[in-house]
Each structure stands twice: as structure tokens, then as C-alpha cells.
Design a protein around this ligand. Structure first.
Ligand SMILES: C[S@@+](CC[C@H](N)C(=O)[O-])C[C@H]1O[C@@H](n2cnc3c(N)ncnc32)[C@H](O)[C@@H]1O
Length: 220
């Protein structure tokens, strides 16, 4: 055995190292691109029959930033009928999103492609949830109920109260303000969420904790 064999592992040539580095860079870029596509808002097309109106990229990002900030290190977030925020959390584009875990509760089974993070949810059976979703186990519950009706908000509020450790971010029509306050003790934010298509009803966010969204007037 030569001296160099005993000194450590065999050294790679400069060419091999360069090739390895290139391979690593390309795999990393592919991986980021793949995450970005798999979790892009709009990857699942809107279906109006399920009252689906996706947030703009900017709104989904701002809501994801808000839940990351509020959930804290190692926090748990649940997106109830709000898949765009879940997608934004998973896309790897929001600072700190890798330090929280997220689950999406959805009626649309196309989101089942997200594996164990997906939980089938029908607001008509608000407490029909799997044992993996323990009561009061989420640091932030973000919900965007499918319909602007008392029946729908009341039932979604039961789900929110069951899952929440405390912080609630509700996105719904401005006309639901009074009922939302009665059911969940939330206040209307100045922050204005935007959708990819214009909605006929004024749409707002509501929170039950001292959020920066209460003060920020627009999403731009
Ligand atoms: C107004 S959209 C909110 C989506 C949100 N703006 C976003 O971009 O993620 C309502 C959501 O409720 C879901 N939904 C429809 N029917 C439902 C039901 N019966 N129970 C629970 N969720 C339902 C839709 O699939 C949709 O994601």
C-alpha cells in the first residue's frame, strides 16, 4: 500500500469534482422546481361547483407568512378549506415555513395527492375528523368556509374551536362579520385578501389575536 492510500480516502480529480458539483447543482434546481410546481396555487384548477376561488400568489404568500410568524418554531398549522395557503407553506418560498408543520382539510379529493397532509373534510359534519387530529392541537387555524351562510360558518366554527389552541384566522365575506365575532370572537383586519377572479362580495380576514394584518391596509 502506498503512503497516499494510508493518508485517507482517494482524492477525486478536479474534473470529477466539477462534474459532481454540477450534478448536485442540477439535482437541487430540479428539486426546487419540482416543489414549486407540485405546490403551486392553481395546480388544482378552480371548480366553481365547489365554491373554489383561489387567492392571488401575493395573498397566499402573505397569509402563509402570517401563520408561520404566529405558529412559531415547530408550530402546527391547519388550513381548513384554504388549500392555497397550505400549498404556499409547502412550496419552500416562505421564510421559516420549513419550521412549521401543516395539514389541509379539504372536501375536494384532488388534494389527496398531498398524502398524509390531506384530510377529507365536509363542513356538514364538522367534528367528523380522524383521531390524528387531536382536540386543541393546532397553534394556528386558518379557515375559509365555502359558503357565506349562517349554517356554513356555524359548522366551520365548531371545527375551528375543536382544533384550535387559540389563534384563529378566518377569511370570509365582510357580511359575515357580526356572526364571526359572536362565534369566534374575531375582529376584522385592514388587510385585504385578493383572489385571482373578482368576487361579487366584499371579502375580508378576521383574527382573534393581535395580528399585523389588523393594521396593514392592503395586500400590496
Ligand atoms: C371559498 S374557497 C376558499 C379557498 C381559498 N380562497 C384558497 O385560495 O385556498 C372554499 C373552499 O371550500 C372547499 N369546499 C367546498 N365544499 C366544501 C364542503 N362541503 N366542506 C368543506 N369544504 C368545502 C372548496 O374546495 C374550497 O377549497
Amino acid at each position: 500500500m502506498s503512503d497516499s492510500d494510508e493518508d485517507g480516502p482517494p482524492a477525486l480529480s478536479a474534473d470529477s469534482l466539477a462534474a459532481l458539483q454540477e450534478f448536485y447543482n442540477e439535482s437541487r434546481t430540479d428539486c426546487i422546481k419540482c416543489l414549486s410546481e407540485q405546490f403551486s396555487v392553481g395546480e388544482v384548477e378552480e371548480d366553481w361547483r365547489m365554491s373554489q376561488f383561489w387567492y392571488t400568489e401575493e395573498t397566499a404568500t402573505q397569509l402563509a407568512e402570517e401563520v408561520v410568524r404566529e405558529a412559531g418554531e415547530g408550530g402546527r398549522v391547519v388550513c381548513v378549506s384554504a388549500p392555497s395557503v397550505y400549498q404556499k407553506l409547502k412550496q419552500g418560498v416562505v421564510d421559516g415555513s420549513d419550521r412549521v408543520s401543516a395539514v389541509v382539510l379539504e372536501f375536494d379529493r384532488r388534494f389527496a395527492s398531498y398524502g398524509d397532509d390531506f384530510v377529507f373534510y365536509d363542513y356538514k359534519q364538522p367534528l367528523s375528523l380522524p383521531p390524528s387530529l387531536a382536540p386543541q392541537s393546532f397553534d394556528v387555524v386558518l379557515a375559509d368556509p365555502p359558503y357565506l351562510s349562517e349554517e356554513c360558518l356555524s359548522k366551520v366554527a365548531q371545527t375551528i374551536q375543536y382544533l384550535s389552541k387559540g389563534k384563529v384566522l378566518l377569511c370570509t365575506g365582510a357580511m359575515m362579520e357580526k356572526l364571526a365575532k359572536e362565534l369566534l370572537g374575531v375582529k376584522k383586519c385592514r388587510f385585504l385578501p385578493q383572489h385571482n377572479r373578482n368576487l361579487s362580495n366584499e371579502f375580508r380576514c378576521f383574527v382573534n389575536y393581535p395580528s399585523v394584518l389588523l393594521r396593514s391596509g392592503s395586500s400590496s
